[in-house]
Every structure is written in structure tokens, then in C-alpha cells.
Design a protein around this ligand. Structure first.
Ligand code: CP
Length: 314
């Protein structure tokens, strides 16, 4: 594996999931693999889980890890051919080349603009780093995907599934702010590579990008979707078609214990952070059905599995 951007970079998905599970059982089993290597993590927006779990993953593999908040007070120009006489002090060509000299692997965390759909869906910032860096790039969430989250989610499903083909439901839920589609897009494309039965439920107007939903059943009836489900994966996202807009904050879409009772003793999943009693009721988050803390734990082993693959090919 050279770069890690999406499930398309993974040759053997079941093997990568198993690698994460094996590393969880013995996190220091490859503690010398990254000895003498440095990973630089650049964050263009805040993070708790991604930042700490990826750092821990690198440490477990014997790497040195440097974290940097890249968006504040250090404005980068990503476009080519610009006259840089405004606020942006450095071009991605120099920045990516320079950081590549300090790092054996670079992790990048970006967010979409939620105003320019074409640019966001070209994953412009991540791809400009890939273009101008000379070392592997790991996406720590891009404008349109969150692959390390998705791998952690698949590890969690693998650990908790009771059948070979579990029913997995991606449900929209309300939120007061306009959020990216990245977690949901990514979750769909990763789960679609497994044998799971996948269903999406959301209010009308919240259709995700067709490239991520092709062939997946979509229903606007949340209760019908929940019937017999083994996993309820909940996430808010802003509209794709009316790009970045909030079209509904309908609290009837919040995840409640009464809706979870429709499932096949289903588990509740969310990538966190989550707004209690807006996205999901306390009674669900506080119940044994909730896997959110386990998902966050698995972020370390998802990152460790990916870094292990990259280090093995360096
Ligand atoms: N799930 C997730 O990516 O969390 P952070 O935003 O805290 O990294």
C-alpha cells in the first residue's frame, strides 16, 4: 500500500480487518517495525479520536509521531499559478516537499468547504498533498471520505456480528450544524465490499452522492429500515443535492430506544462526537446496545493495521 485514501487502496479487505483484530489482541507485536521512522500528522480541523488514535497506532509500531495544527496561522495556497499577494504564505508544492523530508509517512485531516461541491468531491486538498509529497499519504478524513473510521467500524461489526450477512442500516439523524457527508460516504463504500445487507434511511432531500449509493436500498421510512437490523449506524449529513444545506432538523428522526426495539437486538453505532438527545437519546447511548466507545477504541487498531501495511512496503 502506497497511499491510503479509500477502500480501493485495500487489496484484501478481510485480511486488513483481521490484521486490526490481531493487533488489538497484541498491540506491541510489531513494535520494532517503525523503529527510526517518523510520522507527521497535519490537522486542518480539530480532532480528538483521529489525532490520538493515529498517534497511538504509530507509537505502538515504534514510530516517532509529530502532530501539527496546520490550518491556524499557516494558510497554504493549494491552487497552481496563483499570485500569492494575499493571506496565503506558502504553496502546497513547497510545503508538501518540505514535510516529506521530515516524515516517512504523512497523515492529513481536511474538511470540505460545503460550498463548492465539485472541488470538495475532487478531494482537492488531499490530492494536492499526494501530488507534491514524496512519501505515503494517509487520509485522516478528507472532504468526502473517512477511511480509518470506516475500517474501525468494520472491525467493530466483525467483532459483534451474529450472522455472516448482518443487516446494517445507515440512518440519517438531525443535527443543528451542516456536517460533511464523508463518514456516511465512506461507511457505504467499505460495507459494500463485505457480505452485509446494507440499507440507507434518510428524509427526502438527503440523498447522498450516487457514486456511493449505487445498488444500495434507500427508504424514507426509518422504522421500516430498522426492522430486523443487526447494526444501526447513525450519522447526520448535510444535503448533497442542495450542497451543504440543512433541509430538516426533524427530531422525529432521532434514534430512540423505542426504534431500537424494532431491530434484531441491534447494536447502535456512531463515529463520535455525538450530540446527546439530538442525534440519539441518552437511553440508547447509555445502553449495552451502544458500541460507540468500542468503535473509538478500534480506531487505534485500524490505523495500526494500515500503517503496518505501508511500513511493510517501504
Ligand atoms: N470520529 C472522528 O473522526 O472523531 P474526531 O473528529 O474526534 O477525530
Amino acid at each position: 500500500m502506497k497511499n491510503f485514501e479509500s477502500v480501493a487502496d485495500v487489496a484484501q479487505l478481510s485480511a486488513l480487518i483481521q490484521k486490526g483484530i490481531d493487533l488489538k489482541a497484541d498491540p506491541l507485536k510489531a513494535e520494532s517495525l517503525g523503529k527510526g521512522k517518523t510520522m507527521v500528522l497535519l490537522f486542518f480541523n480539530p480532532s480528538l479520536r483521529t489525532r490520538l488514535s493515529t498517534q497511538k497506532a504509530g507509537i505502538n509500531l515504534g514510530m516517532s509521531v509529530i502532530n501539527m495544527n496546520a490550518g491556524q496561522g499557516w494558510q497554504l495556497e493549494f491552487e497552481d499559478g496563483k499570485v500569492m499577494n494575499m493571506d496565503k504564505a506558502e504553496h502546497i508544492r513547497e510545503a508538501a516537499a518540505v514535510v516529506s523530508q521530515y516524515a516517512d509517512i504523512i497523515g492529513i485531516r481536511t474538511f470540505p468547504s460545503l460550498t463548492d461541491r465539485d472541488k470538495d468531491y475532487s478531494d482537492f486538498i488531499l490530492h494536492q498533498f499526494m501530488r507534491y509529497a514524496s512519501v505515503p499519504i494517509v487520509s485522516l478524513e478528507s472532504a468526502i471520505r473517512h477511511p480509518l473510521q470506516s475500517l474501525a467500524d468494520l472491525i467493530t461489526i466483525e467483532e459483534h456480528k451474529k450472522t455472516a450477512r448482518p443487516k446494517v442500516v445507515l440512518s440519517w439523524a438531525p443535527h443543528p450544524r451542516a456536517l460533511p457527508q464523508a463518514v456516511s460516504n465512506s461507511f457505504l463504500e467499505w460495507v459494500n465490499r463485505t457480505d452485509a445487507e446494507l440499507v440507507i434511511t434518510h428524509p427526502e432531500g438527503y440523498e447522498l452522492a450516487p457514486q456511493f449509493t449505487q445498488g444500495i436500498r434507500i427508504t424514507h421510512d426509518q422504522r421500516e429500515a430498522f426492522e430486523g437490523a443487526d447494526f444501526i449506524y447513525t450519522k447526520n449529513w448535510s444535503s448533497f443535492n442542495q450542497y451543504g444545506k440543512i433541509l430538516s432538523q426533524d427530531e422525529a428522526w432521532m434514534i430512540t430506544s423505542e426504534k431500537m426495539a424494532l431491530t434484531n437486538q441491534g447494536k447502535f453505532m456512531h463515529c463520535l462526537p455525538v450530540r446527546r438527545n439530538v442525534v440519539v437519546a441518552d437511553s440508547v447511548l447509555n445502553s449495552e446496545a451502544s458500541l460507540v466507545i468500542e468503535q473509538a477504541n478500534n480506531r487505534t487498531y485500524a490505523a495500526q493495521a494500515v500503517l503496518h501495511e505501508i511500513l511493510n512496503t517501504q
